[in-house]
Design a protein around this ligand. Structure first.
Ligand code: FE2
Ligand code: FE2
Length: 147
């Protein structure tokens, strides 16, 4: 594929993806009205919010594809650096707590729901950690000499 064809393919695919995200938001909202179970409610809320985040992130992706990159003001770069430094430490700490809780429950039967919740949370915190790692790489790619 030529660069132009690649960009067209990406744009169309991501726009299709965004429509599915919006449909997921609506589906999750409607389902929430049908239950008062706290576990189901939080799962539906996670699906609703994640779909919203995905849609927004896909919008940034589309703009980055169209414009090459998104402009970052110097104060944005400063904030980004702080974010990476401060939150990285926090994510590492909470991952450690999560893993020690999960470890305490072992791999025997029982505690099925607590294990599931802990595994989910650990995975989420690892995702935050990876997000910051990835952002640090993007930043050093955009600003190879620091800043
Ligand atoms: Fe999604
Ligand atoms: Fe986190």
């Amino acid at each position: 594929m030529s660069t132009k064809e690649t960009l067209e393919f990406l744009t169309e695919s991501v726009q299709k993806w965004q429509k599915i995200e919006l449909a997921s938001v609506t589906m999750a909202r409607k389902s929430k009205e049908k239950t008062d179970n706290p576990l189901l409610l939080i799962v539906l809320e996670i699906l609703e919010r994640d779909s919203e985040y995905h849609h927004r992130l896909q919008q940034v992706l589309l703009e980055a594809l169209e414009n090459g990159t998104l402009p970052l003001k110097p104060e944005d770069v400063g904030l980004l650096s702080d974010l990476i430094d401060m939150h990285h430490k926090v994510e590492k700490d909470v991952i450690e707590i999560g893993r020690s809780c999960r470890g305490a429950l072992g791999d025997q039967g029982g505690f099925v729901l607590p294990k599931f919740i802990l595994d989910y949370l650990i995975n989420d915190e690892e995702k935050h950690d990876a997000l910051l790692d990835g952002l640090a790489k993007v930043k050093s790619g955009m600003y190879p000499y620091g800043g």
